[in-house]
Write a protein that binds this ligand. Sequence first.
Ligand code: UD1
Length: 420
Amino acid sequence: MDRLVITGGRRLIGQVSVQGAKNAALPAFAASLLTDKPVLLHRIPAISDVTTMTAMITALGKRVEVLGEGTVRIENGDSLQREAPYELVRRMRASFFVIGPLLARLGEAIVPLPGGCTIGSRPVDLHLQGLQRMGAEIEERQGIIHATAQRLQGRSIYLNYPSVGATENLIMAATLAVEETSIRNPAKEPEVLDLIAMLQKMGAQIELCDQEIRVTGVRELTGVEHEIIPDRIEAGTYLLAGGITRGTVEVKGAIANHLTALISKLQEAGVKLQIKDESITAFSEGCSEAVNIVTMPYPGFPTDLQAPMAAFLTLARGTSMINETVFERRFAYVVELVRLGADIQTIGQRINITGVKRLHGTKVRTPDIRAGAALVLAGLAADGETEIEDASQIDRGYTDIVNKLAALGAQIERREEVCR
Ligand code: UD1
């Protein structure tokens, strides 16, 4: 297993470019199942979750060819398969995105219940209830979902929670359904809007209204060429790297409109930001101030930046409070930050972080992608050497993090664990 080894204490200075958004790229792969025609995707991040999704759609009958850095062409290979392999779904929750497209195309889908990050129970009830509303018969047998529908029927669906995955799955299913589907209380994350933009180019009839997303089904979708939006979570992570190391980091490709909550909180904490059309630069010289955060669906503070923000706040003056409302178990990293010298108390779904003068490097282990990013940030600021085990978790969501940070002046390397 890989480890990252960081010798902290260096100010990061320079420019870094963001990858395409992981959470937009994964549903885009699933959306390719909705057509027989070629799909050309640009700005696909080189992360292991994309490798898993590539294996998934290949197993389902697509042929995926990498044409150059960040560009992939997806074409028909064998005939479309209805059964998603357990081995792949187990690795990544986003694999469940294939159920909507498969059901819409084939009238049948067999998809195991998903795995992914260990950040709470993460059920898929909203995905399944929505598909049932559209006329699908759903059965669960030994952890495997069997869904069938002659042809999905457009309906009005109210989501009890604006789930990103359920909104995306239901939009994809509805593109080929009979008549109109209206999804009320939908997620409106930039990644959802990116999927909608791609589907519209494929001929899908989708209208984005204030409180709902309306999809009028069509008989078939065409091929498409689409560029994935930049990754706001990766961008936010590098802005925080500038902040925590009291450096100057320009994040190229960061879109300020997608990062309003983080930008406000960084400014409140005393980090200076220069915002341009093509980039955001974070400058920080002195000690930051404590701030309070509540994670929320977009445009609220993103749960995926909760752990990186917590790392940043470990060195801020005063006590910050973070309230996690999206996932119920997303503080598994706290114990690791405490090992690095952070002062954090967990009270149910909330943590109180009292800023300390210094963090001290030690051995830690990352429980998930964003927790891994938080530990990297803490390691960059800590005295001495921090070793992060299970670095492959971080590779699920961050392209080339070692070289990107090293180019900013960080002392960071990857070491293979030697088996004895
Ligand atoms: C997506 C993102 C993930 C991000 C999350 C919230 C991808 C691949 N992943 O995950 O990085 O952290 O959005 O912004 O896009 N829920 C239910 N029933 C359901 C579905 C969800 O109760 O059927 C709950 C979940 O348990 C969770 C909350 O709703 O508590 C949010 O989940 P959701 O928005 O669906 O997140 P994901 O799509 O899994």
